[in-house]
Write a protein that binds this ligand. Sequence first.
Ligand code: ZN
Length: 222
Amino acid sequence: MELTAQKQNLVKACRKLAERGFVAATDGNVSLRLDDGTILVTPSGRSKADIDEDELIVVGLDGRVVGGIGRPSTEFGMHTLIYRKRPDVRAIVHAHPVHATAFAAARLALDKLIFPEVIVTLGRIPLADYSTPSTAEVAAAIEPLVVDFDAILLANHGVVTCGPDLDDAYNKMEKVEHTAAVNFIAMQLGGAKELTVDEVQRLASVSERSYGKKVDLNKIYR
Ligand SMILES: [Zn+2]
């Protein structure tokens, strides 16, 4: 895909994050891996509602800015770590959606096996240890989790999701927030009931046919 189209996609994802209330003020950052291996990323300190294509920045995995003006997102180190560890990842979304961030603030992982579709697409949603935002601590905190998980809660901070393309990474962010919101309401009703090992195994046996995705039970029960 040519650069102009990639930039349009990235801006579209930023607008959606803002419209859905997944970010406040200048929160959040989005990036995608270009065909030459460099990363297209949102600039630091800009509202995702207002960003346009010519503000996006192209950065090498070494952190060197190779295109655009301004500074890349202060969380670029977190993006770099994920791209380094996950050659399959081509896009990353970081946001602070209210319900999922509330779980992160309470330091509660969304790791109960409740919704079949979430189990198939995300498995469990773990909680990374607390780290000071915009420092190298963030990358260190998520490092033990990035190989096995596409969505991670960041303690007292927010959520990061990744995927093979930007639509996928964005949809995972929506999924995490929806799961968190339903979970929260279920907690008022006495708590969601977790699927049994047998039920998860039955799901795994049909997941490829029904969802086009394989459930890795080793990751679910690691
Ligand atoms: Zn953040």
